[in-house]
Ligand binder design. Structure first.
Ligand code: FMN
Length: 150
């Protein structure tokens, strides 16, 4: 079973709630999880499976609880070749910069050599006011793709 580090980026709590929900579902299937709402570099460096769940704020910006970590990853550029990852983006399609933070996190992790599992989901709260339902559907596809030895 995989050991999954869940790092959330959230301003209003929605992405944190999704993180808690997916954590419970993963645990119910026997995976180990750790939900982190103020992620730091060591959390990423010690992760074997990383699940980033982030909303978008400002104009395509990361929420403040994850922005320092992203900045540090961008500047220090650690190699993450042994890390498998997934990204859940949450946003509102009325913004031009719809789910841009999730897309940026995805591109960054790929750039750092991490192994992408499945496809990223960009959840539109206009269409899905309860994002955890849509995230749960996504998880059903994502979970079987995990390398259980990570
Ligand atoms: C001030 C503000 C700016 C936002 N900017 C964006 C944006 O640029 N792109 C986007 O997709 N959603 C944007 N949103 C929508 C949020 O991402 C969305 O409401 C999300 O559900 C918030 O999740 P959270 O509770 O985890 O912070 C913005 C929301 C607010 C309040």
């Amino acid at each position: 079973m995989a050991n999954i580090t869940i790092i959330t980026g959230s301003t209003l709590g929605g992405a944190e709630y999704v993180g808690d929900h997916l954590s419970e579902l993963l645990q119910a299937k026997g995976h180990q999880t750790n939900v982190i709402n103020e992620g730091i570099m060591d959390d990423v460096l010690s992760a074997s499976t990383l699940l980033i769940i982030t909303s978008t704020h400002g104009a395509g910006d990361f929420p403040e609880n994850i922005a320092p970590l992203i900045d540090q990853l961008l500047s220090e550029r650690p190699m993450l070749r042994d890390v498998q990852y997934g990204v859940v983006g949450i946003g509102d399609s009325s913004y031009d910069t719809f789910c841009e933070a999730g897309a940026k996190a995805d591109a960054l992790l790929q750039d750092l050599g991490a192994i992408k599992i499945g496809e990223r989901i960009d959840i539109d709260i206009q269409a899905h006011p309860v994002p955890e339902d849509e995230a749960e559907r996504w998880l059903t596809d994502w979970m079987p793709l995990l390398n259980a030895s990570n």
